[in-house]
Design a protein. Structure first.
Ligand code: LLP
Length: 420
């Protein structure tokens, strides 16, 4: 957890120079709060470790696609990793450059390919032969050549939650390692494709470097074969996935992670190739919190519940992955602590945000749910016709609403009833 940007001052949690109590009063709850300094610090840890090397950072937009967040990265010179034309539109609107965008994803539509080609993205990360065929046809119809990389499945175990591990044989992602060389030959033979790189993404919330080194070794082994077949590989994209501290995890330091990988690639004799990183969680996760207010305390025979105004529709990770997010009162209080399940108002037993948490709280108190900057708001929904939360960015002592809270009318504005 980032202790410098979200820290207690006189018993009150602050986001940089702004009290979370005043943020909640001004903007209401549930409220996502991001820190510009924390976003900058995490991004710069990557960028500084890449400086002077042939390496670049492509922030994974899916982790947090708020325009203000993307704009902070764009101003720092970031590239982006997108998975839809919607994300491309966000990047361009936020001041990112198409020429620094890589387009990932297993099911790109022809229309999405057209838009990305017209915009001039840096590379399409392709995952299958039918996708190569489609991209080749789209490029031909536009009289263009599409830059491609193949996402290879290196079949390494990232030792993370099964829902977010992606580089094993059993996953839907990537071209199987054993088919990759032949798939590269097929790509090289397509007239409107230009092979430029190779990529992988082995999973998310990875807290060790070893699986990356294994994946890179497998990729480089392939690169040598592909080049022996006469196709030049300019870049190696190692994907995202570096973990953060939610609880007691001890992920490697970002700079150390980058340096270790780059040194390893150099040592294997591949230092002349460009290396891409696609971090999402590690640049946004601990740069955001979710503020929520306690509606009721409900003591029970087996469990005590703290019913709060945020729910699984606001932060889906606990319900979806049994994920742990630290939860703490935004104001340190002198009341007796009890063990609570922190739950939302949604009509599902799966609607919980934290289990068995020791909290000194009363109804009406403000709670901060930590590490909510990645896969938080972006995964939120309108389930139970709940308007999605507002988002605020803090920059020093300045707080700005960067997404208005939705209202109920907007939620069904596009709906109609049948005629009489
Ligand atoms: N590149 C590709 C191709 C990806 O699929 C992903 C994430 C990333 C980069 C960024 O990975 P990161 O650095 O954020 O780990 N919703 C889940 C995480 C899903 C990750 C999907 N892919 C969660 O809340 O834990």
């Amino acid at each position: 957890m980032n202790q410098t940007t979200f820290a207690f001052v006189d018993g009150v949690l602050h986001a940089e120079g702004v009290s979370t109590v005043s943020l909640a009063r001004q903007f209401g709850t549930p409220l996502y709060v991001y820190s510009r300094a924390a976003l900058t610090q995490a991004y710069e840890a990557y960028a500084n470790a890449c400086a002077g090397r042939r390496a670049s950072v492509h922030v994974a937009v899916k982790a947090n696609s708020n325009l203000a967040v993307l704009n902070v990265f764009a101003r720092l010179g970031a590239g982006f990793d997108i998975v839809s034309s919607g994300e491309l539109a966000r990047v361009l609107t936020a001041g990112g450059k198409a020429e620094n965008v890589v387009f990932s994803g297993v099911g790109k539509s022809a229309e999405e390919m057209r838009e990305a080609l017209a915009a001039g993205v840096k590379c399409f990360n392709v995952e299958s032969i039918p996708e190569l065929d489609r991209l080749n046809a789209v490029a031909a119809s536009m009289g263009k050549t599409a830059p491609v990389s193949l996402r290879v499945n290196p079949d390494v175990d990232p030792k993370t939650h099964p829902y977010i591990s992606t580089g094993l044989k059993a996953n839907k992602f990537g071209v199987a390692f054993d088919d990759a060389r032949a798939t590269y030959r097929a790509a090289a033979a397509m007239p409107n494709l230009h092979v430029v790189g190779i990529d992988c993404h082995i999973g998310s919330q990875i807290t060790e470097i070893a699986p990356y080194l294994d994946a890179v070794d497998r990729l480089l082994e392939l690169v040598e074969q592909i080049e022996a077949d006469g196709t030049k590989i300019h870049h190696v994209d190692v994907g995202g996935g570096l973990g953060i501290q939610y609880d007691t995890e001890t992920p490697p330091d970002i700079g150390e992670f980058v340096k270790t990988l780059l040194d390893h690639i150099d040592a294997r004799g591949h230092g002349h190739r460009a290396v891409f990183f696609e971090p999402g969680r590690s640049v946004t996760g601990n740069a955001g919190i979710l503020l929520t207010r306690v509606e009721f305390l409900k003591p029970g025979e087996e469990k005590n519940f703290a019913i709060v105004d945020a729910a699984m529709n606001d932060l889906a990770r606990p319900a979806m992955y049994q994920a742990f997010h630290a939860i703490e009162p935004a104001v340190k209080r002198d009341v007796s602590a009890h063990v609570y399940d922190v739950v939302g108002p949604v009509c599902e037993s799966g609607d919980w945000l934290g289990r068995d948490r020791q909290l000194a709280i009363e109804a009406g108190d403000l709670l901060a749910i930590r590490s909510a900057g990645a896969y938080g708001f972006v995964m939120s929904s309108n389930y139970n016709t709940r308007p999605r939360a507002a988002e605020v960015m803090v920059d020093g002592s300045h707080a700005q609403i960067v997404r208005e809270r939705e209202n109920v009318k907007e939620l069904f504005a596009g709906e109609t009833v049948l005629p009489k």
